[in-house]
Design a protein around this ligand. Sequence first.
Ligand code: ZN
Ligand code: ZN
Length: 214
Amino acid sequence: MKLSEKAEEILETLWVEVEEEGAGFVDLEKLRSSSDDPVYRELNELALIEVRDGRVYLRPEGKVEGRKIVRRFRLSERLMMDVFNIRGEQAKEKACQFEHLLNEGVDTKVCTMLNHPETCPHGKRIPPGECCLEAKRSGDLGVLPLTELKPGDEGEIAYIQTEDDKKMQKLMAMGVLPGNRIRLSQAFPSYVFKVGYSEFAIDTNMAREIFVRK
Ligand SMILES: [Zn+2]
Ligand SMILES: [Zn+2]
C-alpha cells in the first residue's frame, strides 16, 4: 500500500497508542492536526481510520498497515545503530527518513541481515515478519559474529560493527569488507582467517566486530 509520509506517520502513532498502550482512540489534537487536513481523507478513503468527534480510531485494516510501518521504523533504528553506528537524535531523524524506503521485500532483507532483531535500540518490540518466523522454524542463524564460527567455516562478510575508526581502517586494509568471502582457520589463541589469498590474525575483541553470513 502506497501512503504519503504523513499518513504513515499518523498510522504509526495510532498503532503505538492503540495496540501497545491500549488506548481506544487518539485525539486529533494530540496528532497536532485538524480534521480538514487532506491526510485524513487519504486514510479514510483507504478505510484505515475513522474520525469521529475529534477522535481518530484505527480500523482493522489500519492496524495491519500500522504494524508494518512500526516494524519498518524500528528496523531502521536498528540499522542506523548496528550497521551505520549513528546514535541519538541524528539516528532518529535518519530512521524516520529511511523507514519510508523500506518497502516490502527490502524490510525482509534488512531484517535478515540484522538477524531478525526482536527489539529496537530503545527496547521496544519489533513486530515480527514472515522472515523472522521462518528463521525460527528453520533454525537459520542469519548473520553471526566471526567468534561464533568454527575453524573451517566460511561465509560472506555482512558488516563490521566498530566505533573505532582506526580498527575499521585496519580491517578494511585486510580486505575485511562487506561482500568478501572469509574463511576461519583458527580460533585460538587468536582468530586466524583468510580473505582472498591473504591470511590475518586478530584478537577476540576485533573478531567480535566482524559479522558473517554463513
Ligand atoms: Zn526505538
Ligand atoms: Zn525477520
